[in-house]
Design a binder for this molecule. Structure first.
Ligand code: ASP
Length: 326
């Protein structure tokens, strides 16, 4: 049902030269069967704008000498604030009509990681994940315990109305009417970065999948499934059918291909996405390796995505069309 679309960024020779002090950042806003009809095409500009805002937020940090970790946190938080994307404010509904968000950050310097799952209330679940990483002894906090921790740490909360959107509610009604249909679109958001010191980081945030069971946790907050970062290899953030990404350990598998098989990033990321697709799990990743090479492969008809490199323009794309420079 999903066409395989190779999507390594085109001007790879330029990317290969990006070493030393060069920084690089890539983001995604979800993958899936993104329709190409007129109505969707008119919305496309808003998606490009949202991706550009996230890339600009991360770029400003990296250009000022900031860390990859700060850049991915701000890029993901920017996408969480945009109701178009399925994370934070724009999160989808469970089949019980609730919203349960998952998020994760990982620092490639020392493989520190923080994640939250099944939370509702923090405005930016990625900041909650960061608080878990930096201010707790744990990696993953869930549900009520995660919320109590966040309140104690001064994480910003919003009222329920902030997260409610009629469009998402209608998506749930459609999913409830046709429970066996393939999820039309994955909307998780994520970012990976290499900063000017060569450090890597990854961050991912999601409302999960429309009509999911309450209590279901996807790949996003599972270290090595939807998110991973290790300075020795690469940083990876995924979007797609989470159960498959968990079962295949997709993000870690990508790093392992670099570490143990000496594969290039583009080969490794593409191979993992192809392996998942062959097993029935569609989606995509954004990834950056320790030299700043970027790869953004996906197995769905489209993936909202973009990248920017040190001194370069912001590039965004949705389908297999050439990237749109700013
Ligand atoms: N991977 C997410 C999940 O399974 C969904 C998505 O990417 O939109 O929760």
């Amino acid at each position: 049902m999903f066409g395989a679309v190779p999507c390594i960024i085109p001007e790879m020779s330029q990317v290969e030269r990006l070493t030393g002090t060069g920084f690089a950042l890539a983001v995604h806003g979800g993958a899936g069967t993104i329709p190409r009809d007129q109505a969707s095409l008119s919305c496309a500009a808003s998606y490009h704008d949202g991706l550009r805002r996230a890339l600009a937020a991360g770029y400003d940090i990296l250009a000022a000498g900031g860390s990859a970790l700060d850049a991915v946190t701000e890029a993901v938080a920017t996408l969480e604030d945009d109701p178009l994307f399925n994370a934070g404010r724009g999160s989808v509904f469970t089949h019980a009509g609730t919203q349960e968000m998952d998020a994760c950050v990982m620092d490639g310097i020392n493989r520190r990681a923080g994640a939250v799952a099944g939370v509702f209330g923090p405005r930016n679940p990625v900041r909650a994940a960061r608080a878990v990483m930096e201010r707790s002894r744990h990696v993953l906090l869930i549900g009520a315990g995660a919320l109590a921790f966040c309140r104690g740490q001064g994480v910003t909360f919003c009222e329920p109305g902030y997260f409610h959107s009629e469009a998402r509610w209608r998506e749930l009604q459609r999913a409830l009417e046709h429970p066996d249909s393939e999820p039309p679109q994955y909307g998780t958001v994520g970012a990976v970065a290499r900063d000017c010191r060569g450090n890597l980081a990854a961050g991912t945030s999601t409302g999960g999948m429309t009509g999911k069971a309450p209590g279901r946790v996807g790949d996003t907050p599972i270290i090595g499934a939807g998110t991973y970062a290790d300075n020795a290899t690469c940083a990876v953030s995924a979007t797609g059918h989470g159960e498959f990404f968990i079962r295949h350990g997709a993000a870690f598998a990508t790093t392992a291909r670099l570490r143990y098989a000496g594969q290039s990033l583009d080969l490794a990321a593409r191979a993992v996405i192809d392996e998942l697709a062959a097993a029935g799990g569609s989606g995509g990743v954004v990834a950056v390796d320790r030299t700043g090479v970027l790869a953004l492969p996906f197995s769905t008809a489209g993936m909202y995505r973009g990248y920017v490199r040190d001194g370069g323009a912001i590039h965004t794309a949705i389908y297999d069309e050439p990237y749109r420079p700013e």
